[in-house]
Design a protein around this ligand. Structure first.
Ligand SMILES: [Zn+2]
Length: 190
């Protein structure tokens, strides 16, 4: 099993080995699927289900995944997996934590979603704080936020100013931490 994928706390679908029902469950028979990570599994495809057999850590896993067929535009039918974790009808199952599951069960995001949601959220909160409480119109860009020192607005008391600055520092720390975590994850791929 690949270690890299399992150690990351926030997985993204782009980094995970997956099965594609359109490709891997299209015809009955026995197949081997292998990935560049070194993972490989044996699939036995039947009419209504696929049996997966593979090694996870020291144990052998054998799991049955039900198939659901939907008609396509050309009078045929396309197979979909029913996720063994939640029953959702899905085209892709991802290998995570030693099991093949849909991206919801495997807690996987798309990289674009994760970047927008996790990484820049503290930055956006900091910008909101600077606009609403510090009365700033020109807010720092993301790269400048860690070095930014706001001035005390004229009518704001020292104590309030200090409290708001602490809040800003916390958001800045969160933003910097997430940015570095993201950068590290990205560089490991290169
Ligand atoms: Zn699921």
């Amino acid at each position: 099993m690949s270690r890299g994928g399992q150690n990351r706390t926030h997985g993204t679908v782009e980094y995970c080995d997956r099965l594609d029902s359109f490709r891997d469950a299209a015809q009955s028979g026995r197949y081997t699927a292998a990935w560049s990570s070194g993972n490989a599994i044996v699939l036995t495809v039947g009419e209504d289900a696929v049996w997966l057999a593979y090694q996870a850590g020291r144990g052998a896993v054998s799991e049955q995944v039900a198939l659901s067929k939907l008609p396509n535009h050309y009078g045929g039918a396309r197979p979909f997996f029913l996720c063994p974790g939640c029953g959702r009808r899905v085209r892709f199952l991802y290998l995570r934590w030693g099991r093949f599951r849909c991206r919801h069960c495997a807690r996987l995001n798309y990289r674009s979603q994760q970047t927008a949601h996790d990484e820049f959220q503290p930055y956006r909160q900091a910008v909101k704080l600077l606009r609403q409480r510090f009365g700033l119109e020109d807010v720092p860009c993301p790269m400048d936020l860690p070095h930014f020192e706001p001035e005390r607005p004229h009518r704001m008391r020292e104590a309030t100013f200090f409290r708001l600055k602490c809040r800003l520092w916390r958001l800045t720390d969160q933003y910097r931490h997430r940015f570095i975590t993201r950068a590290k994850a990205f560089l490991r791929l290169k």
